[in-house]
Design a protein around this ligand. Structure first.
Ligand SMILES: *[C@@H]1O[C@H](CO)[C@@H](O)[C@H](O)[C@H]1NC(C)=O
Ligand SMILES: *[C@@H]1O[C@H](CO)[C@@H](O)[C@H](O)[C@H]1NC(C)=O
Length: 840
């Protein structure tokens, strides 16, 4: 029943039409055809969006688009889009703020957990930008308020995502949370996202107790990154409450028939924190408090120190307000979440509880709320759910058939138009398109110049469709190493496709571990990750001031990769790879940096990437040396090798032979080429043994050290130097199509077998001394067409030619890596063995 981030992400009806025109209003409109009702996401009616009457000025917050949801909703995500109108419009909101109200009279400005109000909006008129609301909003009315930094015309289309707020709670009043002073640190147990008034007590608001985030066993750690200890909990000490209890008053939207209340309590006995000893609840239905309270004493399990829910049976009391006194069982009582389960009450007189009067223009409540036969409701609920699942399955099946048909015609046009973005569902990637009616050529020109890559499972992609929500992997605190005891606890897979084609899902099998600095790392199945998370991250913080900037290696949407010199890095390096670095000399390192304004998702991904990287230990894989995560910007420091990347390295060299003698260029022997290729195969063998998929294997992503040693890295791609190796789709997604297997391009499938394909292309580059791009005679479009030929397999596909240096036996290995059937391709183990045999 509990609305949780992962599942509570349904579109609430702007695009689907469930929200009526009369419930959408605005401060003003530019014309009848840009009225509020045209502010629906993904709609092209009227003039294509809501536009206010006049230009929006900086710092003026006069204009807004308002949505009335008719009842309280738990809103976790918002989507915005500009006015495109088939190419005529080009107005959009670069930034906006959100205000919300539960009663229509008191409006609250939304702030994120860091206190920031402004939300990044759109960058163009057509793409949908979705933003997670952290903390989520519980409201009936929501306003979008465009914000600009210069006077400009703004138009908006919007959608809200969430679900109905079944708890019905409109506010809780409680004493303000307190501060716990432990010898080592202070723990702040205040309610940091409370949206009511806080003086000595909290009144008229909701906050952390209803934000859907359950605290961890150790209350000093948090799901949220970069916050103070105790963030997830609201807590009180018995010293401040001579009566021995804390009283919390809950007010509801209407009279309800309560079955249970669940209180999520911390039980860290070592710090004298324990769930309550007893709770006494009073109920108020009309205007009077019931004389006899309900009293409940939970069974205290003295042996279990984990945070958990205590369930209190409210015995079908009817009430519109509940006042509970929680008695201390120890010196401290810490709650992170309180939920209520109720059957909607039979109400015929007053609809609203006295204190939170609804606005005068409130329409009568939706009649469907009055159904009160709980069995029927459950039955109907189940049937609807089954029907919904069936419909979803049918849609997926039909969709895939259509897709297969389209593949048959795998034409250039199709790929250009459709390969906009992809949705990862389990191990497959489905591809959908928001802007069917604008041509890719224009978008390519419009696209901004910073070079970014969006992989089908890429970090950008997560913004619209967060796969992973509250994985406790994020619990990494900067003060202490994360205890990952809770790491594997939540892992479900639910996938549904909403009527608008926007998928809503909790967690898919693939947990995305993409890098967030615009680069690509590895995708790893959740199972492996759970295994891996059994250990702590073994990297240390590095003093930022010891890094000296040398060169920018690349840039992505969320950050940059710099080449730096690091002083004293030796202490941070393991013995194993200390071998050739003199003690007091600065070491070259690559520093991947997250912009300090990156959103929380990006930060979490970045931290997750650190976790993954820190566990990759192989002589042919680049090593994570240290991190800077105590302060912004977050950095990841990895090895860099003196000879740079393999592509540049080989370009500077010539094969041994007469030609080289003439040109006087440095040479590399065939044996050393083979040695380098073997090392890449070995590194990939290691990655594949962990079920890691690299997805961007190429010479540009391999680094060369002394004596032809090779390590596989992942940041080369963001170098502008290699932007020609990537194909930009719809001006945004950028893919290394010349290295990608047919199934990665057409189906979005990335597996070890597609890494094998890329490996053979890499091998081909090596044997050509990187003097030529793969398929250099083909345009990007022709490469994609050729991919279609691989799919059709009518012997019309073009293979990369046999390089001059390449013996027949080696070319055979390469061809086997490009087999259509992924199962027929060799494994990295086999490739590695074959290459070892080949070395002279
Ligand atoms: C809660 O405590 C933290 C830490 O002292 C403080 O930064 C924050 O402003 C407080 N929040 C509220 C709402 O009082
Ligand atoms: C608070 O609780 C502790 C532990 O149960 C107890 O020792 C202490 O006397 C209590 N303090 C007050 C003021 O009740």
């Amino acid at each position: 029943r509990k609305q949780h981030f992962c599942v509570c992400r349904y579109p609430l009806g702007m695009s689907g039409g469930q929200i009526q025109d009369e419930d959408i209003s605005a401060s003003s409109q530019w014309s009848e055809s840009t009225a509020a009702r045209y502010g629906r996401l993904d709609f092209e009616e009227g003039d294509g969006a809501w536009c206010p009457e006049i230009t929006v000025e900086p710092d003026s917050l006069k204009e807004f688009l308002q949505i009335d949801l008719r009842s309280l909703h738990f809103i976790t995500l918002v989507g915005t889009q500009g006015r495109h109108a088939g190419g005529i419009g080009n107005e959009f909101a670069q930034m906006y703020k959100i205000k919300y109200s539960r009663d229509g009279s008191r409006w609250i400005s939304w702030r994120n957990r860091q206190g920031k109000q402004v939300i990044e909006g759109n960058r163009n008129a057509y793409d949908i930008v979705l933003k997670d609301l952290e903390p989520p909003i519980i409201a009936r009315f929501v306003r979008f308020m465009p914000v600009t930094d210069h006077s400009m015309n703004v138009c908006m289309r919007v959608e809200l995502y969430g679900c109905e707020w079944l708890d019905g709670l409109v506010s809780y009043n409680a004493p303000a949370g307190e501060q716990m002073n432990l010898p080592a640190k202070s723990v702040y147990l205040n309610d940091s996202v409370y949206d009511g008034a806080i003086i000595h007590s909290m009144t008229e608001g909701l906050g952390q107790l209803t934000d859907g985030v359950f605290g961890l066993d150790n209350f000093m750690m948090s799901h949220v990154y970069n916050v103070w200890p105790g963030y997830d909990y609201v807590g009180w000490t018995n010293e401040s409450f001579p009566g021995g209890f804390v009283e919390i008053m809950f007010e509801f939207d209407r009279t309800r028939n309560f079955t249970t209340m669940k209180v999520h309590c911390n039980n860290m006995f070592v710090h004298h924190v324990k769930a309550f000893r007893q709770v006494v609840c009073y109920f108020r239905s009309e205007s009077d408090w019931e004389a006899t309270p309900l009293s409940f004493s939970p069974v205290v399990d003295e042996t279990n120190p984990s945070a958990r829910f205590v369930t209190i049976n409210l015995a079908n009391h009817m009430a519109s307000a509940i006042k509970c006194q929680f008695y201390f069982a120890d010196a401290w009582m810490l709650f992170s979440e309180i939920t209520f389960q109720s059957d909607t009450a039979m109400y015929n007189t007053t609809l609203a509880p006295p204190k939170t009067g609804l606005p005068p223009n409130t329409p009568p409540d939706d009649p469907t709320h009055k159904v009160d036969d709980s069995n029927t409701r459950i039955l109907i609920g189940c049937l609807v759910a089954i029907i919904f699942i069936l419909v979803a399955i049918i849609v997926i099946i039909l969709w895939r058939q259509v897709w297969q048909k389209m593949l048959e015609k795998a034409s250039r046009r199709m790929l250009d138009d459709e390969l906009t973005a992809s949705l990862s569902i389990q191990s497959e990637t489905f591809i959908y398109n928001h802007n069917h009616n604008h041509s890719s050529t224009t978008s390519e020109q419009e696209s901004n110049s910073t070079y970014e890559r969006i992989f089908p499972l890429g970090p950008d992609y997560q913004e619209p469709s967060r796969l992973i929500c509250k994985l406790p992997e994020f619990a990494q605190s900067s003060e202490e190493p994360a205890s990952s005891s809770t790491a594997a606890s939540k892992s479900t897979t639910t996938t549904t496709v909403g009527p608008d084609g926007v998928p809503h899902y909790a967690e898919a099998d693939i947990v995305n571990l993409q890098g967030v600095t615009g680069s690509n790392t590895y995708a790893i199945p959740a199972v492996t990750m759970d295994l891996l998370s059994g250990k702590d991250v073994a990297v240390e913080e590095f003093p930022r001031k010891l890094l000296t900037f040398k060169e920018k290696l690349g840039e992505g949407q969320f950050g940059e990769v710099h080449l730096c010199e690091a002083e004293g890095m030796q202490e941070f390096m393991n013995k194993e790879f200390l071998f050739d670095i003199p003690e007091d000399q600065p070491v070259l390192v690559a520093v991947k940096m997250l912009r300090s304004d990156a959103n929380k998702n990006a930060r979490n991904d970045f931290l997750k990437e650190i976790k993954i990287m820190s566990r990759l230990k192989d002589p042919n894989i680049i090593r994570l040396l240290a991190v800077c995560i105590y302060s912004d910007p977050l950095c990841m420091i990895t090895e860099y090798m003196e000879n740079g990347d393999l592509n540049q390295f080989l370009s500077r060299h010539e094969p041994e032979g007469q030609l080289a003698l003439l040109s006087n260029a440095p040479t590399v022997s065939f044996g050393n080429l083979c040695y380098m290729a073997t090392q890449i195969a070995s590194g990939m063998k290691y990655l594949s043994s962990l079920n890691f998929v690299h997805r961007d294997l190429a010479t540009r992503n391999c680094l060369v050290g002394k004596n032809y040693t090779i390590k596989i890295a992942d940041f080369g791609m963001s170098r502008n130097l290699y932007s020609g190796d990537y194909y930009r789709i719809q001006g945004r997604a950028v893919l290394p199509i010349r290295w990608m297997s047919w199934e990665s391009i057409l189906l979005g499938k990335f597996t070890t077998a597609s890494d094998v394909w890329a490996f053979a292309v890499t091998l081909w580059e090596i044997l050509n001394f990187c003097k030529e791009q793969p398929y250099s005679q083909l345009t990007d479009e022709q490469v994609i067409e050729n991919t279609g030929e691989f799919f059709r397999d009518q012997k019309r596909q073009i293979y990369l030619p046999q390089p001059v240096l390449c013996p027949d036996s080696l070319y055979k290995v390469m061809l086997s890596c490009w087999r259509r059937n992924t199962k027929e391709r060799p494994s990295f183990q086999e490739i590695h063995r074959a290459l070892l045999d080949m070395e002279p």
